[in-house]
Design a protein around this ligand. Sequence first.
Ligand SMILES: [Zn+2]
Length: 314
Amino acid sequence: MSQQDMSQHNTQFGNANALTIDVEDYFHVEAFSNVVSRQDWGNKYPLRVEANTERILEILNHHQTKATFFVLGWVAEACPNLTRRIVAEGHELASHGFAHQHANKQTAKVFKQDIRRSKLLLEDQSGVEVKGYRAPSFSIGVNNAWAFKELHKAGFLYTSSTYPVKHDIYGTPDWPRFKYRRPEGIIEIPIPTLSLMGRNVPIGGGGYFRLYPYALSRYFIRQFLAQTQQPFSFYFHPWEVDPEQPKMAGISLKSRVRHYLNLKYMAPRVEQLLTDFNWDTMYNTYQLREFESDEKSGNQEDSRERLFSLGQLR
Ligand SMILES: [Zn+2]
């Protein structure tokens, strides 16, 4: 998109915010990990992610909106046409890792293999460089900040893997709330929070967006934009627009409520969000191009792998 197109686009509904989709299937979620084994993925539990992602692509096309898709490597392998379609339709392709294992449950070595495998696969399939990464369940925090170093070394430009809230599964309540460069060299773009009575309230999407009435989410987003002067970013998952998905047995009440709450309202709410705010990719919204030149010169370690992934070296 040219500069001129961008500015026209921006003045229409205010500045752009980043729309993101974490492309995984319903059986990948952490809440189900004790009842679903890896062998069941796509077998005992049939694949629905491709159809659900295609539905999201159609909604985005209808609203003439571009987004960033953080695609799980496992999904890309199972649905090889999906990454190509995402890129062909002008969206940003990014990585959600390969096997949806929490980064805080992996050793540095396993994490490194997981992120590199996913990056190379996505790049080989799509023919474009993958610059962004999001950890499963925002699982980078105080105990595994080494993950940023591995991501930087693997050639990622940015990550969006921390959520500065208190939560039982994830959260870095004392970490920065806005885009910053990590000491490890990579750019981190935390999930948005609203500062309310001394607490960071989670307003970035997913389960919270299904829990709050739409008008409250819209109010929170407007408050965030007015308070912070920062772009907002929103995340959701293909399984969240799929009320017909098979119901999982043997899970806790808390997990059941979290996963299935208000699924039928999700697609119409996302459409309302696309109408009420202006959206674009992470790369465009957070103006990541300006960080790219120092990145390229400062990180030569993996240039061979990168060239290979771009198809220039075989
Ligand atoms: Zn995920």
